[in-house]
Design a protein around this ligand. Structure first.
Ligand code: G6P
Length: 608
C-alpha cells in the first residue's frame, strides 16, 4: 500500500528519495510523487504508473535540494491519476504533504474549508491536511501540524514540508507506521525500514499521536499534546543486500530459495536437545500466564491466516489447549466470549496489517492476553502484542508471502512443543520433535532441488484456467495456501479444498481440463487421500500429487508426482508448501505476469 520516504541532509535528496521509493515498490502502488525544497522554493513532480514513469517525467529537470518527501500511492479515495497522486499542496503552494492511511472525517473538514473559500484540486482525503496546515501556520511548522492532528480522525502517517521552513521535515503518526532513520549528517523517515537500509540501520519508531521534526543534524519527538519524548535508538539487523535480487529474476524466487536459511534462523539457538524443549526468550513476559493457557485464538490475514490454520492442528497435536483460528478481518464481527486463561496469537509478516492490529486491540479490550509472531521488529503488532517471537527472516519483498509462512509454521511448532512439554508430552517425544525440526533446513534444500522438475510441470499445465488443490488435516490449509499462491501471482482461478469435501461439490468440476494438486504425504490420512486421487482419475482429471519420497502407490495413479522428504506428520506442511510456491511461481513466469508486483495487490494492507 502507500509508501513514504523522506530525506534531509547534506546530499541531493532526489536520487535518495527515488531509490527509496523503488525499495517500497513491492508494497503495491499505482502512482508516485516527490517534492523537494530548495532555498525558499519547493519543486514537485507526480506521475501515474511506476517509479520509472516518475523518473521519466522528471527527466533532466533539476529538482535540486537537500530536503524532500516522496510517496507511492495505492488509491483509496479517487482514481489513480496525477491530480490524486501525492504530494498534495495548499492553495498558495507553501505546504506539501504526503500521507498513508485514511482521514475518516475528511468530508466534514473539506466542507468547512470550502466554506472558507478553499478550493480543492484532488478527490483525495489527504488534501485537507495540506490546507489545514497552511491555515494553522504562523511560522512554526511543527505547531501547525500538531493543531492539524487534533482535527483529524482516522489513520495517518504524514510528512510535511513548508516553503518558508527550509531544511526541516515534520512527520506525524496515528495508526500508520513511520520510522525515523538516523544517518550520517542526515535524517530519513519512511513507512518501512527497507526504504532506508542503504543509508542507515539506526532507527527510532514513532508511536501513535506523536510527531517529529527532522533536520540534517537533529531530530526531536513530541506528543500531540506537546510533551517532549526521549526514545532509544534501535539497530535493525537487515542489510542493504537483503533488499537486492542477488542474481534471482524475482524477489519471490529469491525468498523461496532463502527458506533453508530462514527456517534455520527461526530455530537458531532455540533448541535444547537434553530437555527436549525449545527456548523462546520473547515470551518471557507472559510465560507464567501462558503456562495456564487453556484457550488459544490465532488471528491473521491472507497467508498468515493459513499459517494460523496449520498452527491450530499443531497446537492441538502437541498441547492440551483448545484452539480456534479466526480471520482477523472478520474478528470484529464475532461475539467471542473469552474464557479465563485465553491467549490471542497474532501472526503477521509486516506487523502492520490493519485488520490484525484491530483484532488484537479488540481481544485485549475483552481481557485476552496477547502474543505475536511477527517478522518486522518494532512494528505496530509486535509492540501492541508486547510478547512473542520474531521470525528474523529478513525483509520479505515479494507480494506473495513465502518464506514467512514456513518460518511462522516453524515458530508455532516450537511454541506448541514448549507448551506441550509443560502439559503431557514426554521427554522422548520432545527430543524426537526437536530432532525433526532441526532436520528441516536440510530437507527444504532437498525440496528446492526439484525446482526444474516443478518448472516442467508448470510448463505443461500453466494454460489450464481452473485448478483444484486438495489436502486433509495438516495439509488442508496447505491446499488453500497453494491455491492462494497460484491466484495471487498467475491470476489462474484455483480453489483450495478439504479433500473430504470434494464429494460435496468440487468433484462436479473435475474434467480432463482441470488439474488437481493432491497433497498426500504418508501421514495418518494417506489412505483417504489415495481414494480421493482415484476418484479424480476415474473422471479423467489430471493429478499432480505431492507424496513422501519413495511412494510407489500414488506414482502409479497420478499424472505427475513431486516427492518430499519424510518427517513427523505435524511438520509436513513446512515441506509440502514449498513445491506449491514453486508451481505458482513458474506458472506465473510462463504467463509473463508481474510476479513481485501482482495487479491490485499490496504487500502490506494498512487500511481495513
Ligand atoms: C497481504 C499480502 C499477503 C499477506 C497478507 C497478511 O495480503 O499480500 O502476502 O499474507 O497481507 O500480511 P501480514 O503482513 O499481516 O502477514
Amino acid at each position: 500500500m502507500c509508501g513514504i520516504v523522506c530525506y534531509v541532509g547534506e546530499r541531493e535528496a532526489k536520487g535518495i528519495l527515488l531509490e527509496g521509493l523503488k525499495r517500497l515498490e513491492y508494497r503495491g502502488y499505482d502512482s508516485a510523487g516527490v517534492a523537494i525544497q530548495n532555498g525558499s522554493g519547493v519543486h514537485f513532480e507526480r506521475a501515474v504508473g511506476r517509479i520509472a514513469d516518475l523518473e521519466r517525467k522528471i527527466g533532466t529537470r533539476p529538482l535540486d535540494g537537500t530536503a524532500g518527501i516522496a510517496h507511492t500511492r495505492w488509491a483509496t479515495h479517487g482514481e489513480p491519476s496525477e491530480a490524486n497522486a501525492h504530494p498534495h499542496r495548499d492553495r498558495d503552494g507553501n505546504v506539501f504533504v504526503i500521507h498513508n492511511g485514511i482521514i475518516e472525517n475528511y468530508r466534514a473538514l473539506k466542507k468547512k474549508l470550502e466554506g472558507r473559500g478553499v478550493s480543492f484540486r484532488s478527490e483525495t482525503d489527504t488534501e485537507v491536511i495540506a490546507h489545514l496546515v497552511a491555515l494553522h501556520f504562523e511560522g512554526d511548522l511543527c505547531e501547525a501540524v500538531r493543531k492539524t492532528m487534533l482535527q483529524l480522525e482516522g489513520t495517518f502517517g504524514i510528512a510535511v514540508i513548508h516553503r518558508q521552513v527550509p531544511g526541516k521535515i515534520v512527520v506525524a503518526r496515528r495508526g500508520s507506521p513511520l520510522i525515523i532513520g538516523i544517518g550520517e549528517n542526515c535524517h530519513l523517515a519512511a513507512s518501512d525500514v527497507s526504504a532506508m537500509v542503504r543509508h542507515t540501520n539506526k532507527v527510532v519508531h514513532l508511536l501513535d499521536n506523536e510527531l517529529a521534526v527532522l533536520s540534517s543534524d537533529e531530530f526531536s519527538i513530541s506528543t500531540v499534546q506537546a510533551t517532549p519524548i526521549e526514545r532509544v535508538t534501535e539497530t535493525v539487523d537487515w542489510q542493504a543486500d537483503d533488499a537486492e535480487l542477488n542474481g534471482f529474476p524475482h524477489f519471490m524466487l529469491k525468498e523461496i530459495f532463502e527458506q533453508p536459511e530462514t527456517v534455520r534462523n527461526a530455530i537458531r539457538g532455540r533448541l535444547d536437545y537434553s530437555e527436549g524443549i525449545p527456548r523462546l526468550g520473547g515470551i518471557a513476559p507472559v510465560w507464567e500466564g501462558l503456562k495456564q493457557c487453556r484457550h488459544l485464538v490465532i488471528v491473521g490475514c491472507g497467508t498468515s491466516y493459513y499459517a494460523g490454520f496449520v498452527g491450530r492442528y499443531i497446537f492441538e497435536k502437541l498441547t492440551d489447549i483448545d484452539v480456534t483460528v479466526e480471520l482477523a478481518s472478520e474478528f470484529r464481527y464475532r461475539r467471542i466470549n473469552f474464557a479465563p486463561n485465553t491467549f490471542v496469537l497474532a501472526l503477521s509478516q509486516s506487523g502492520e496489517t490493519a485488520d490484525t492490529l484491530a483484532a488484537i486491540r479488540e481481544a485485549r479490550r475483552k481481557g485476552a492476553s496477547l502474543m505475536g509472531v511477527v517478522n518486522v521488529v518494532g512494528s505496530s503488532i509486535a509492540r501492541e502484542a508486547g510478547a512473542g517471537v520474531y521470525n528474523h527472516a529478513g525483509p520479505e519483498i515479494g507480494v506473495a508471502s513465502t518464506k514467512i509462512f514456513t518460518s511462522q509454521l516453524t515458530i508455532m511448532s516450537l511454541l506448541a512443543l514448549l507448551l506441550g512439554r509443560h502439559h503431557s508430552l514426554s521427554l522422548t517425544e520432545g527430543i524426537e520433535a526437536i530432532r525433526a525440526v532441526d532436520a528441516l533446513p536440510g530437507q527444504i534444500s532437498r525440496v528446492l532441488s526439484l525446482a526444474h522438475a516443478i518448472e516442467a510441470m508448470a510448463e505443461k499445465y500453466h494454460l489450464k484456467s481452473n485448478w483444484l488443490f486438495l489436502g486433509r488435516k495438516y495439509n488442508y490449509p496447505i491446499a488453500m495456501e497453494g491455491a492462494l499462491k497460484l491466484k495471487e501471482i498467475s491470476y489462474i482461478h484455483a480453489e483450495g479444498y478439504a479433500a473430504g469435501e470434494m464429494k460435496h461439490g468440487p468433484i462436479a468440476l473435475v474434467n480432463p481440463d482441470m488439474p488437481t494438486v493432491a497433497i498426500a504425504p504418508q501421514d495418518s490420512v494417506y489412505e483417504k487421500m489415495v481414494s480421493n486421487i482415484q476418484e479424480i482419475k476415474s473422471r479423467r482429471g489430471p493429478v499432480i500429487a505431492l507424496v513422501t519420497e519413495g511412494d510407489e502407490e500414488i506414482r502409479e495413479i497420478a499424472d505427475d508426482v513431486i516427492e518430499i522428504p519424510r518427517t513427523l506428520e505435524f511438520l509436513y506442511p513446512i515441506l509440502s508448501v514449498i513445491p506449491l510456491q514453486l508451481l505458482a511461481y513458474y506458472c506465473a513466469k510462463f504467463l509473463h505476469r508481474d510476479i513481485d508486483k501482482p495487479r491490485n495487490l499490496a504487500k502490506s494492507v494498512t487500511v481495513e
